[in-house]
Design a protein around this ligand. Structure first.
Ligand code: PLP
Length: 453
């Protein structure tokens, strides 16, 4: 049975926990004022801004990070899902150090890039690879390749999905419910000021987990040549595809002659060696990778079929970047993919993921929390919603932001560094111990007991 949640009590606990976090992070609080003199909001990326104030991190080792005030936390944020290898892993440090000693940048071909590309191609079952430096660049390249291949300008994406910060995909990422229009025909809502309105008509939006809506949208407009989809939605917690959905997406896009891009920036190398492609057995035309594949260095990659990627070799599509495939990143990526994230690492992540999910679900059940635990392998979260979230609209309708924020404060004030905001999830690393996972669940239980008593 779902417990009754006393909203006044939640507000009071939130105030107390915020005060505790502020007291624990005094130096971060002081520093943010200094930082604001040069960095808008005191941070290098708006994702790093968070209430009650940003917490500055000075060091990370293995599963632990230390903040400016000297507080040590077990890290479940892991750099927005990058550090599956753990912080300062000796194998990666050695690889980066060796590369640094030989010169970090030439903007010339290097052999390590070929080895990394070969490994990515093996894992993700697509023959050709090009590198860049971020997820944004990876999805930008993928969208451009799709548009060039079909000769069609319009793109279709999923409502509530994030694919980086370039114009084509900064549409309906987290639209205000008052602006998103009817479910049958979602409005394309710009995510930020500065997106030219002329571009909005080129990005069509459909709900996740709804193959009929996709088929209908593609039947209605014949100028859509490319689809980009995060096959597990990981920017509204964790929303897995329903059974058969990804297969249907593959079939429908093929039927309409639409190039299918999987955005595996978050899932790639984290939920399995070969991400969603391996886990679900569905192979798209293009894949965007970034984050965990670089082992903590800035990386992006687009993988694709011979035909689509052949546009690069022929010169039809320009894919460029000063730092693409730079030796530092390639050394870190090679060590990550061939030495650290091997079969036994993925087994460990699978077991750890199952353990933390089972622990959190048990707490939800025993305390009647209006929430459930969901995830796979290194990725997971507690969704504060009584109904299963299957798309952005069910997320907006049922998600309890207040409980989510309070849960985050409990963790932050009890030695657990977690991603702020409702949209993220935990990422486990190969360094997390059973004891640490148990601690996460124990803090979650303390929170559950307090909010339901
Ligand atoms: C699914 C997805 N795609 C693309 C990106 C953009 O990656 P980056 O921040 O490296 O540009 C992100 C970033 O969080 C993401 O979650």
């Amino acid at each position: 049975m779902t417990a009754n949640i006393d909203r006044d009590r939640i507000a009071l606990l939130t105030k107390q926990m915020e005060e505790r976090l502020l007291a624990q992070t005094l130096r971060s609080g002081e520093f943010v004022d200094e930082a604001k003199r040069v960095l808008p909001a005191g941070v290098a990326s708006s994702f790093q801004d968070q209430p009650p104030h940003p917490v500055y991190i000075v060091e990370g080792r293995g599963s632990r990070v230390t903040d400016l005030d000297g507080n040590v936390y077990t890290d479940y944020h892991n750099g927005f899902g990058v550090m599956v290898v753990g912080h300062a892993h000796p194998v990666i440090v050695e690889a980066i150090s060796n590369a640094a000693h030989k010169g970090t940048h030439f903007a010339a071909p290097n052999q390590a890039a070929v080895r990394v590309a070969t490994e990515l191609s093996r894992r993700f079952r697509l023959p050709k690879v090009r590198f860049s430096n971020s997820g944004t660049e990876a999805t930008l390249d993928a969208v451009r390749l799709g548009r060039a291949f079909t000769g069609k300008d319009a793109l279709i994406k999923i409502e509530g999905s994030y694919h980086g910060h370039h114009d084509a995909v900064m549409v309906s990422v987290g639209p205000d419910p008052d602006m998103m229009g009817p479910r049958a025909r979602p409005v394309s809502v710009p995510q930020t000021a500065g997106i030219p309105s002329a571009l909005l008509d080129l990005t069509v939006v459909v709900p996740f987990n709804d193959p009929d809506a996709l088929d209908k949208a593609l039947s209605e407009r014949d100028d859509i040549g490319t689809m980009i989809i995060e096959p597990i939605m990981l920017n509204i917690g964790v929303v897995p595809p329903l059974d058969g959905y990804l297969e249907a997406v593959r079939e429908i896009t093929a039927k309409h002659g639409v190039v299918l891009i999987f955005d595996e920036v978050k899932t790639g190398a984290t939920i399995a060696a070969g991400g969603v492609v391996e886990r679900y057995g569905v192979v798209p035309d293009l894949i965007a990778l970034a984050k965990a594949t670089g082992g903590g260095t800035p990386i992006g990659a687009v993988l694709g079929t011979e035909e689509i990627m052949g546009q690069i070799s022929s010169g039809k599509v320009t894919q460029i970047g000063t730092f693409n495939g730079n030796p530092l990143t390639m050394a870190a990526a090679e060590a990550t993919l061939t030495k650290v994230l091997d079969g036994s690492a993925y087994q460990k992540l699978e077991d750890a993921g199952n353990r933390i999910l089972a622990g959190c679900q048990d707490v939800c059940d025993r305390y009647g929390l209006p929430a459930y635990a969901v995830g796979m392998s290194s990725k997971g979260c507690v969704m504060f919603s009584t109904e299963r979230v299957i798309d952005y609209r069910s997320y907006v309708a049922g998600f309890d932001e207040d409980l989510n924020y309070l849960g985050w404060l409990y963790h932050m004030t009890n030695g657990v560094y977690m991603t702020p905001g409702a949209d993220e999830q935990w990422t486990l690393s190969v360094s997390h111990s059973d004891e640490e996972l148990g601690h996460y669940v124990a803090v979650f239980e303390e929170f559950a007991r307090d909010v339901t008593s």
